[in-house]
Design a protein around this ligand. Sequence first.
Ligand SMILES: [Fe+2]
Length: 315
Amino acid sequence: MHITNLDSLTYGVRDLAESERFWTDFGLTRRSAAEGRCVFSAEDGSTVVLRDADDPALPPRAAPDETMREATFGVADDAGLRVIAAELGRDRPVDVDADGTVHTVDPLGFPVAFRVAERRPVQAPELKFNTPGRPERLNTRGRFHDSAKPLEMTHAVFMVGDGIEDAVAFYTQRLGFKVSDCYPRRGYFLRGGASSHHHDLFLLNVGAKKGFHHVAFELGSIHELFGGGLNMTRRGWTTALGPGRHPISSCYFWYFHCPSGGAAEYDFDSDQVDENWQPGTFEQTPEVFAEWCLAEGMQESLLYKGVQRAETARK
Ligand SMILES: [Fe+2]
């Protein structure tokens, strides 16, 4: 069960152009477009697939009005994929595409798929910081970003209601996910058996509500997180929450409402883990999920914008 990552998310949308504009501004790269279908990717090759909401090829909705129509996890190799197909086929319908992608539905009704991972290794630029006694960026100005270019898709979050224990058992016992951290009965951070992400999937129990919550992407620096968030704000997209910092998974975050569905999250400095990670059990509620955060985003400084415009005009 060598699941390595979250490899793709498929949305069914009513306004394809609006979603295309969002993901372009967010910093993903458009890979292909055809009538009623468009594919964007992060730098590692993980993808966001947009399709017309009425496309009959889309899997069924997990909840009424759900727009996130399938989460695809990457697997290390063909042998692992065959093991997953055989395991799932014991008690539920499984469809296998011509390209080998395995499709099914989890116990809570979320369509999930598995394929040999298409993501490629990526490496963030080296970060150099000046701290007292450690002048790593000597005689070099700090970097500023006009926008973000997400390096990798990292995790998705499903709101799953009261069946959360059954869902956790399905992902851990049937698919080999591991629990990195949890809020007992309320939230479980799950990573694939061969993943180094703190979580590829977070299952969150918020009562009766069920549906997709958000997808996250990792950036190369804190400067890029602020620059990317300011760019999204400048382009008219609305902050869902942030910027801020999560105490669990340690990352800085900034969430934006996404017209494709739920929210899209910029992250930086998320925990990465291996078999030596010590899982934690947290008794505070998942609602206390920020060390600090701004509720409504932040604006680019008008003075800074003025300086930038003056410099541009001089060039
Ligand atoms: Fe997240």
